[in-house]
Design a protein around this ligand. Structure first.
Ligand SMILES: Cc1cc2nc3c(=O)[nH]c(=O)nc-3n(C[C@H](O)[C@H](O)[C@H](O)COP(=O)(O)O)c2cc1C
Length: 186
């Protein structure tokens, strides 16, 4: 069975009350959502202790690249008691229902709560997808051969060069710096 995975920004709450942003691929199942964070993860800790969070949909790929490089923290606001992205197209509250623990990748099921629809769909953009792909590669630098990362990056660069705007280029540079830095410290 294939299941569509939707790439979103998960906003959870740290123990000090501040917001924590991380990209996750989520699966909708009936009226629930499944999130599977690899251990260790700040998000996982926050979800287990706080039990509520928001799923945030945005086409601003700087938020994805920024979260994985630590170069940019998007503005957040309070959505009736839960942190969410200020500029998102949609923000949906989720409530932890049950957990299937696992030493590598536990599965967390959430009930869907209120959804704030803030802005409409603003179109597909190939460079955005290229940035998303490079963001994932950056989170896997420890597990993938660097030549593999460089090869995929070169392919994605072609798409970026054809279709990027300023935000996509900025996000790309952060990711590029992170890869260069990783490689130079090996
Ligand atoms: C588009 C995208 C999707 C991701 N999906 C997942 C996921 O489903 N599970 C996961 O553990 N990490 C995923 N990651 C990586 C996490 O965002 C990253 O490891 C992050 O550091 C989470 O750790 P934290 O909660 O400690 O901040 C994804 C990254 C990107 C860029």
């Amino acid at each position: 069975v294939t299941e569509k995975i939707v790439e979103i920004i998960l906003v959870s709450q740290n123990s000090d009350g501040s917001a924590h942003l991380a990209p996750f691929g989520i699966r909708y199942r009936d009226k629930e959502v499944l999130i599977a964070p690899y251990k260790p993860s700040i998000t996982l800790e926050n979800l287990l202790s706080g039990r509520s969070a928001t799923i945030n949909m945005t086409s601003d790929v700087r938020i994805f690249a920024g979260a994985v490089t630590g170069r940019y923290e998007a503005p957040v606001k309070d959505y009736d008691g839960v942190w969410g992205l200020e500029g998102a197209s949609r923000v949906q509250q989720i409530e932890l229902d049950r957990v299937f623990d696992d030493p590598i990748r536990p599965e967390l099921y959430f009930k869907l709560g209120h959804q704030y629809i803030l802005d409409g769909f603003d179109g597909f953009n190939r460079a955005s997808h290229a940035v998303l792909e490079l963001s994932i590669l950056v989170t896997r630098l420890n597990r993938l051969p660097i030549q593999e990362v460089r090869m995929q990056m070169n392919q994605l660069q072609i798409i970026l060069d054809k279709t990027a705007g300023e935000k996509e280029l900025e996000a790309w540079r952060w990711l590029q710096d992170a890869i260069d830095h990783f490689e130079s410290t090996q």
